[in-house]
Design a protein around this ligand. Structure first.
Ligand code: G3I
Length: 366
């Protein structure tokens, strides 16, 4: 099922989601009415700043998983489907964590975005330290994609097949270990993924390429050029992912609608894949209000684009976010606060989704 539009999703997927799911309240009930997947990255390992003791939100925090089941109909594993997690050595795989997420999703009528088959980060030391030849790297890439996409075949809605392949400065292919396997590695990755899982929506995912008329325009055009070439070569690609890690200081919607449209013209879906809006911490009512406006703008841009089928934030509660660890002094980036209370961003999303669902219902009423 690689439908391009939300209408097709309404007919083909969301409406037939098990009754338990459609009975659920929260954002997902409204999103399903609008034919949209709304979701979050799911975190398995977290080291709280105050205790420093590693814990698992997914396994140890029942409020976390209950809220996911209530609010969302799509999830992405934040880390446990990356190469370093799944493929710890050349001849061993460990699917335990990833399988438990897919099982949880199945139980709650939630679909899964696989993240990520081919990325230059979190690959595992055995790969980066292995001094492999070009031919060996080609073999490893195709083996990994076939094994992982094959393991989950038929169970995932979509895959981020290749992530962040465009360099931020040269706007050409990033010089990564995968490029050492040949400049056609992206094509090989997509072909291997389609062969292993014919039903999954196959996506190219990147960051800072949404706003095609702002400071992002060079990268935006470089990604579009790459994707257009893949489509021309009949490479099996179905979707483009927009990470949208942003902040009030840098967010600029200029050209996002047109960018989504040019991918629709190529016959591709667009997914919002990793949205978060980081604030200086501690945040204030004023900065959280600004944050809410940005979440609303992105949601309305997605709802306004028939080929925008998924809206995923990179986490959903400030209690568990990657940002404070990677960007000291910043955080509070998500739609619920660290006590799972609704922030302005949540309320803005809820309002936009409700309006969209009402419009769909009215259009369907004879
Ligand atoms: O698995 C180890 C664990 O064994 C160890 O005890 C623990 C020590 O803190 O570290 C764990 O690995 C960490 C991993 O997350 C899993 O928690 C890594 O150190 C840490 O670097 C890694 O960070 C992730 C980062 O990708 C890696 O680049 C973040 O959580 C994750 O949010 C972030 O997500 C990326 C997307 O995949 C791609 N787009 C950008 C986005 C943000 O960087």
């Amino acid at each position: 099922m690689r439908s391009i539009s939300r209408t097709a999703l309404l007919i083909g997927t969301l409406v037939v989601v098990p009754a338990a799911a459609t009975a659920a309240k929260g954002l997902r009930a409204k999103a399903e009415g609008a034919g949209l997947f709304i979701g979050t990255a799911v975190r398995f390992y977290h080291r709280p700043a105050d205790t420093g003791v590693l814990m698992s939100p997914f396994r140890d925090d029942p409020v976390y998983t209950a809220r996911i089941a209530k609010e969302f109909n799509i999830v992405t594993p934040e880390n446990v489907m990356k190469m370093g997690s799944l493929h710890p050595s050349r001849d061993s795989y460990n699917f335990a964590d990833a399988d438990s997420l897919v099982d949880f999703a199945d139980q709650h009528g939630i679909v899964v975005r696989g993240h990520v088959l081919v990325w230059h980060q979190q690959t595992g030391d055995w790969l980066t330290d292995g001094a492999f030849s070009k031919a060996e790297l080609q073999e490893i890439l195709e083996e990994h994609v076939a094994a992982v996409a094959g393991h989950f075949a038929g169970r995932l809605f979509a895959w981020d097949v290749v992530n962040e392949a465009i360099d931020d400065n040269t706007f050409k292919l990033r010089k990564t270990i995968w490029l050492k396997s040949g400049k056609d590695y992206i094509e090989r990755a997509f072909r291997a993924a389609r062969a292993a899982d014919p039903d999954a929506v196959l996506c190219y995912n990147d960051y800072n390429h949404a706003a095609s008329l702002s400071w992002q325009r060079q990268k935006s055009d470089a990604v579009y050029k790459l994707v257009k070439k893949l489509v021309k070569k009949k490479v099996p690609i179905d979707c483009v992912g927009f990470q949208l890690h942003t902040a009030p200081e840098i967010f600029d919607p200029a050209g996002i609608a047109e960018n989504f449209r040019r991918y629709a013209d190529l016959g591709l879906q667009v997914h919002i894949t990793e949205l978060d809006v980081s604030l200086e911490t501690p945040s204030t009512p004023a900065t959280r209000k600004k944050q809410g406006a940005i979440y609303k703008t992105v949601m309305d841009l997605c709802l306004g684009a028939p080929n925008c089928t998924a809206f995923v934030t990179w986490g959903f509660t400030d209690r568990y976010s990657w940002i404070p660890e990677f960007q000291p002094g910043r955080g509070d980036a998500l739609i619920l606060d660290s006590d799972y209370r609704k922030k302005p961003a949540y309320k803005k999303l809820s309002k936009s989704l409700k309006k969209a669902a009402q419009a769909v219902a009215e259009a369907a009423t004879p």
